[in-house]
Write a protein that binds this ligand. Sequence first.
Ligand code: FE
Ligand code: FE
Length: 207
Amino acid sequence: MPAMDDLRDLLIHELQDLYDAEHRIAKALPKMRKAAGAEELKDAFDSHLQETQGQIGRLEQCFDLLGEEAKRKKCHGILGLIEEGQEEMEEDANQAVLDAALIGAAQKVEHYEIGSYGTARTHAQLLGNDQVAALLQETLDEEAATDKKLTAIAQAGINEAAARGEDGGNSDQRTSTRWAAASRGGSPSRRTSSPGRGSTKKGAKKK
Ligand code: FE
Ligand code: FE
């Protein structure tokens, strides 16, 4: 392991840690996407995967600017957080509850990244390396936006669905299932009736 005599050495360590973290996150996100039930959550994992690939590129630019080789140093923090998320995904869970768990796991990862990028950004600033600091700030902003987006997705229905123990966080999906159930048995006819309307009573039980 290289020496850590000064702040520059520390910054390199931090970048190597983040470089490893982002690679592990890029590998975990498709699995989280697959495990998610709600479409908006799947989409959020998709778009964060794309961002993560850009963040890996930004770290490579940072190494470049510092005249260092882009290297990974095992990030035990992210490794642990991903393992915890993995354990939850392996549970035989209700889909809405699993979605809520995935959001929680993803937000822990974002918070770890926010802390790490904030520290590295400040160290780059202290070293007078404004270009590196700006790149790290850019990623920091993306991580913070992702964290906010995940909160919004949770609050838009997944948390409530999980609290009710519903099997599926996607309200559209539930609606379409209800519609399908309501229209089942109706023979195809030429009569023009507005589809669904009036025939969904069956499924629209009061709470
Ligand atoms: Fe990231
Ligand atoms: Fe992230």
